[in-house]
Design a protein around this ligand. Sequence first.
Ligand SMILES: [Zn+2]
Length: 241
Amino acid sequence: MSPVEREGSLLASCCADREKGSEAVSPVAIVWPCPLGVDAYVAAGRDVEFPRLDCPSCAEPMGLWSGYWRYVRATRRCRKIFVPRERCGCCQVSHALLPVFVLAWRLDTAETVGAVIGEVASGRCGARPAAERAGVPHTTARGWLRRFRTRAAETGVAFAALAVELGGEAIRPAAEASRFAVAAIGAAFSAAAALPGWAALGVWRFASAVTGGRLIAANTTSPCLIVGRRRFMPPVPPLPA
Ligand SMILES: [Zn+2]
């Protein structure tokens, strides 16, 4: 089995864990700024202190509503994590709460994906050495880069606008769209890092949070949507001392 097939089957097996039934399930997961690293999150299992969020549609408080297990690959190891669901009684819709270190529908963490994108887009190295350093198949890394490039211009514009909105530096579009997008993500993170709770997340978890985990997702809307609705500032839980 090739690494790509293996990754596909891992994702398929975790998707099969999703709860079934007549309950409406939102295709849009909510990403929360989990302060835990992957190891601590894995160790806590179902006992992570998940935040209680308000419904993104009607703003009523939601209640915990089961959940599912999925895999995440961090530092070359696949681990199983619990993803809770919260349900709005008014809308009768449940939402998955993804910890900010994962990206929706990706096996690898936001940091792993971001490290590869950051290195290659800024011209420091090619896809193959970046993939080797990250411990992922070259073909997987190429897929991330292709996806990032496809929407790099709008990603750059969205993050550049967010940087300015947060009182940060104005970034001018670079000749190369991916380079511009990475610079804009960095500028937005620098601005957000001045606010409580964000600095500890790091730049790629921040990027996952503001895009709702869909930084490189297929068939997605622009990250502007979430920024525009000001969903980029979900409640930040207190960080461990
Ligand atoms: Zn609702």
